[in-house]
Write a protein that binds this ligand. Structure first.
Ligand code: ADP
Ligand code: MG
Length: 321
């Protein structure tokens, strides 16, 4: 059976950029551009909790890094490198090979080299922890506490597809192979919006990536900024793959569905054209979905301007629902 060192050497070692000390020493070292700060984020993915045991390992490799790169995007940061901690119940080389291919392909796409990590045996399923490092101008970084009254609220891409794929795979929605085929990539191959985040740095007042559901995540911006918001339900970019689902399932998916990895951000009304231009250049559509207001609270208005009853909440790992 392959040892820890065999696995590291075969699947996780790549030549690092010339000015980077990568896999193989006690620490990795990388330069930080002058005048910028390091932005860093870590995510933990547990088998059975964050991914299904039979997930395509290439997709899992991709997603393990994508969710971290999405955090850099939401900060307006550019990747410098990443480290990977992985715990494996057994050394299934075909699995590790496919996982590393998915992971390293996304490293290449975003010039985010894998520069270190730790590999160990796990007694309880696959455990994956990825830490990314990026750089950002601290004065332009997209924090959560900068939303101001009368800001527009925007979201990139579409909403709801990942939640529907998750519920189809979990058996919470009746089997529908056509809809699963149309939504599965949103769940398993999310696209981190790095170009958009960079373009919004210094333009948006507050931003985050939607990982736990639009309402819950927007709530984090509102709380950190000491403001409230009104959303226009009809303006939400519902993924076309949701067509034909019940209104309740659609509302759950777009308002509370997690695993979205789109950017939700606020910007001054006078920046509308600039936001649209940034989105065009980044190659991702954005939708203006509401406005920040001084009074605390989060209201979603339906087509007739009536507040919708909001029973749906985001996916809270320590919550009871
Ligand atoms: P140490 O005992 O000094 O922590 P290890 O034997 O754990 O070193 O790791 C050897 C080298 O391989 C280190 O440079 C480490 O960063 C790297 N490494 C270990 N596991 C991984 C992995 N899954 N991905 C990338 N690099 C890894
Ligand atoms: Mg180690």
């Amino acid at each position: 059976m392959a040892s820890e060192f065999d696995l590291i050497g075969r699947y996780f070692t790549r030549a690092a950029p010339a000015d980077v000390l990568g896999v193989g020493d006690d620490c990795a070292m990388f330069p930080v551009p002058a005048g910028r700060h390091v932005a860093t984020s870590v995510d933990l993915l547990l088998e059975g909790r964050h991914f299904f045991s039979d997930v395509d390992p290439r997709a899992l490799g991709h997603k393990s890094l994508a969710v971290n790169l999405s955090d850099l995007a939401a900060m307006g940061a550019s990747p410098l490198g990443c480290v990977l901690g992985i715990g494996l119940p057994q050394a299934d080389e075909a699995w590790v090979d496919a996982f590393s291919q998915g992971f390293l392909a996304l490293c290449d796409t975003h010039a985010c080299p894998l520069i270190g990590g730790d590999t160990t045996r796990s007694n309880q399923g696959v455990v994956i922890s990825v830490t990314v490092f990026g750089s950002v101008d601290p004065n332009l970084a997209l924090r959560r506490d900068g939303a101001r009254p009368d800001d527009d609220i925007w979201v990139s891409g579409t909403l709801g597809a990942a939640d529907v794929a998750y519920r189809l795979l979990a058996g919470a929605l009746a089997p529908d192979p056509v809809r699963l085929a149309a939504t599965r990539a949103a769940l398993e191959w999310p696209t981190p919006r790095l170009a958009l985040g960079r373009a919004l740095a210094g333009m948006a007042h507050a931003a985050l990536d939607v990982s736990d559901g639009l309402l819950q995540d927007l709530g984090h911006i509102l709380k950190a900024s000491g403001v409230g918001a009104v959303l226009d339900y009809a303006a939400l970019p519902v993924d076309p793959a949701l067509t034909g689902l019940s209104p309740e399932d659609v509302a759950h998916a777009v308002l509370a569905g997690g695993d979205v990895y789109e950017l939700c951000f606020t910007a001054g009304r006078q920046r509308r054209a600039a936001v649209q231009q940034a989105a065009r250049e980044a190659g991702v559509p954005v939708s203006r979905i509401g406005a920040v207001q001084r009074e605390p609270g989060l209201v979603v208005l339906d087509d007739s301007g009536t507040p919708m009853p909001l029973r749906t909440r985001g996916f809270d790992h320590f919550g009871l629902d």
